[in-house]
Structure formats: structure tokens, C-alpha cells
Design a protein around this ligand. Structure first.
Ligand code: FE
Ligand code: FE
Length: 393
């Protein structure tokens, strides 16, 4: 009696996290074979714009699996009409592998909502559940509760520890747009994506007209951040009018200033490595503050923005000594755009139109005192910025 694993997913695109998880499952569960099954349309998912076609996802999963004898890629869900329901896959595999035992591999999120799946009972009666988990404390408690509840119903659940590559396909698609995704993809998959211009890799984002820039940027941002970014753009343009800075540069810097904020600290570091940037001690210790630097790099290398725009993005979180007018404008606009709401914001808004340096100083002071209160490290550039203003005002 063979042990057959079932690992379905959208694989849009498949990345090294998927393959590592697959290999962990094969050894942890002693599988004879693991079937990788790209789904047609997951019942709970709307496919993002710019996604690969089903046949392309299948091809990429094949490339990703390589010639590992334990892995087999099947198009059984792609050939089925309508949404992919896992119970239908299990039904078909029971026929194909009579007498063998099936192991259904799922991630934590899926496991925690498993009882809401279509025909969940059929699934656990006919397959052992292999649940990937990362060993984080809060996660373990929730998983153990769910495991107990399901075992009480008669399910067989095995936890598969998975030292995951912490990346989602969504983040990966962004890294592809920023041209720094190769560490997360099998070489063959990366080449396939590029030669087929998938996920926007064939797009030329350099010097986009303003309207197109806005639409590209809003697609790459976390949707929750869009109002902030548009607010910052509008405020920057108003301040540019008031202080005689270039309005186009102000708008472009406002649009692009948080372009990489969606990436977590680890991915910020990946971007720097891929771009060949050596970081100073502060950034290495505080990768969360890196989005200004990586945003500037992306603005320059991917969007082809000019030096004024790039340097305004670069200094938007920390400030620096001797800032030029556009740099001050972006710093202040980011702080006071209409979606911001904190004690002191009205004073900042008033100052921004009467005394730009005063507004910048107030912003820096508020940030520094907040960081001090939180016990967070303060960037040397912020200290320089404030010292410079104190000297010159
Ligand atoms: Fe920011
Ligand atoms: Fe911002």
C-alpha cells in the first residue's frame, strides 16, 4: 500500500517555498509519491490581474518540480470544468489509486477553516490531513485546538513542520515587478516567467506618463495604503505650488514614496542584496525603516525617475541634514496628508504653508520623541536633520 500525497494550489507562480514544503512533506510523512496539482479556479480566490494562464502555471510547476522522482505534476484539476473542489480531486484519486492511502497537504489558514470546506467530512474520512506549520506560538495553539476538535470527529491529522521560506505568491509578484525575485524561484521558472513576460516582467515602467504611473503604482501597493499615497501626492503638489518646487516631481515622488512598503523587513533586505546595496549598521538592525531607501532604488532603476524625485523618496522617513525644498515637501506631505490623524497634525498643516522648515522640524521632533518613548533606535540621519535645523533656524 503506497502513500500518496496531494498538494494543490494556485501556484501563481510556484516558488521555492512550495518545493521546500513538498520535500518536507515527502520525508515527514514517508510519502511514496507527492502529486502537485495546480487548481483551475480556487473556490475562495479571485485571480489577480496579470496572472499566468492555467497552462502556464502547469508548465511552471513542472519546471519547479524538476526531475525529483517523488514529485509528479498533474493537470487533473485544470481539465475539470468549473471551480476546483478538493473533494472531487480526492474522489478521482481514490479511483486512480485504489487501496493506497491518501495524504492531503494544507497550510495553516486552510486547516483552521477546514470544517467550512465543501464536503469536509468526505475529505477527512478518505485522506489523512498533513498540516504545514511554522512553529510560531500563537499559531501552534490555534492548530492544536483545531487538531483536537477534528480528531474528536474521527479525522487523522499530522503536523508537518515546515521551515518555510516566508514569502507569498502576492509578495513574489511584487518582487518580480521590482526585478529582485530570483532568489525565490527555481531558475527554470524564473527564466520561463521572463521569456513569457508574465507578471508584468516585460513591462517598461520607465518614465511613465502621470496617469499610467498612478495606475501602475496603485496596483503594486497594498490596497489599504492607496488613499495615503494619493493624499501624499495631492498634498505634495499643493506644497510645491506654495514653495515654488517642481509640481510634476512632487506628484511623482508622492506617488512612489511608499512603493516598496508592502515588503516586510526580510524582503527589504533581499531587495538590497539583489540591487547590490551594502547597508550601514542602522539599516541592518532596523530593516523596517528600509522602505525609503528601497523605494528610492525602485524609483530610480525600475521607474527611471530623476534625481530630485529619487532623493526626495530616499529621505522621506528619516530626513537628513540640508534638505532641499522637494525633500522637505515630501517629508512633510507624508506626515500631514488628509488621512493622517494625530494630536498636533493641525499645527503641522498650518505651519507647512507658512514656514516649511518649521513644519519639518515639528515633524522630526514628533517622530524622535515617539521613537524615544517606544525605546526604538533613532536613525543618525534624523539626528543630523534636527541638529541642522536647530543650527540654521
Ligand atoms: Fe513611508
Ligand atoms: Fe508614506
Amino acid at each position: 500500500m503506497a502513500k500518496i500525497g496531494i498538494y494543490g494550489g494556485t501556484f501563481n507562480p510556484p516558488h521555492i517555498g512550495h518545493i521546500r514544503a513538498a520535500c518536507c512533506a515527502v520525508s515527514a510523512l514517508g510519502l511514496d509519491k507527492l502529486l502537485l496539482i495546480p487548481d483551475r479556479i480556487a473556490p475562495h480566490k479571485v485571480m489577480p490581474v496579470g496572472s499566468a494562464a492555467p497552462q502556464q502555471r502547469l508548465e511552471m510547476v513542472r519546471l519547479c518540480a524538476g526531475d525529483d522522482p517523488a514529485l509528479e505534476v498533474t493537470d487533473m484539476e485544470l481539465n475539470r470544468e468549473g471551480p476546483s473542489y478538493t473533494y472531487q480531486t480526492v474522489e478521482a484519486l481514490k479511483e486512480q489509486y485504489p487501496g493506497d492511502s491518501l495524504y492531503l497537504l494544507i497550510g495553516t489558514d486552510m486547516f483552521l477553516t477546514f470544517l467550512q470546506w465543501k464536503n469536509a467530512e468526505y475529505l477527512w474520512k478518505n485522506a489523512t490531513l498533513g498540516v504545514f506549520y511554522r512553529g510560531q506560538k500563537d499559531e501552534v495553539n490555534a492548530i492544536n485546538r483545531q487538531k483536537e476538535e477534528m480528531e474528536a470527529l474521527g479525522a487523522k491529522v499530522i503536523l508537518v513542520e515546515n521551515p518555510v521560506v516566508d514569502i507569498s505568491s502576492t509578495q513574489l509578484r511584487r518582487l518580480l515587478a521590482f526585478d529582485c525575485a530570483s532568489p525565490f524561484l527555481a531558475k527554470g521558472v524564473y527564466d520561463y516567467i521572463r521569456s513569457n513576460n508574465l507578471y508584468g516582467t516585460g513591462e517598461n515602467y520607465r518614465n511613465l506618463p502621470m496617469e499610467r504611473l498612478e495606475s501602475v503604482v496603485t496596483q503594486l501597493l497594498d490596497p489599504k495604503r492607496v488613499p495615503h499615497v494619493l493624499g501624499c501626492r495631492d498634498t505634495a503638489v499643493e506644497l510645491a505650488k506654495r514653495w515654488g518646487a517642481d509640481e510634476t516631481d512632487a506628484a511623482r515622488a508622492g506617488l512612489l514614496h511608499d512603493i516598496t512598503k508592502v515588503l516586510d523587513g526580510k524582503l527589504q533586505l533581499t531587495l538590497c542584496r539583489e540591487y547590490g546595496i551594502v547597508l550601514d549598521a542602522f539599516f541592518t538592525k532596523n530593516p523596517k525603516t528600509l522602505h525609503a531607501l528601497t523605494g528610492a532604488l525602485v524609483a530610480e532603476r525600475i521607474f527611471g525617475e530623476n534625481e530630485a524625485v529619487v532623493s526626495a523618496i530616499r529621505s522621506h522617513t528619516t530626513g537628513k541634514a540640508a534638505m532641499n525644498t522637494l525633500e522637505k515637501i515630501i517629508y512633510v506631505a507624508d506626515y500631514m496628508e488628509p488621512n493622517r490623524d494625530f494630536p498636533g497634525v493641525e499645527e503641522l498643516r498650518r505651519l507647512a504653508y507658512s514656514d516649511l522648515d518649521g513644519a519639518l522640524k515639528l515633524g522630526l521632533e514628533m517622530t524622535l520623541s515617539l521613537l524615544e518613548k517606544q525605546g526604538s533606535e533613532i536613525s543618525p540621519e534624523s539626528r543630523d536633520a534636527l541638529a541642522y535645523l536647530n543650527k540654521s533656524l
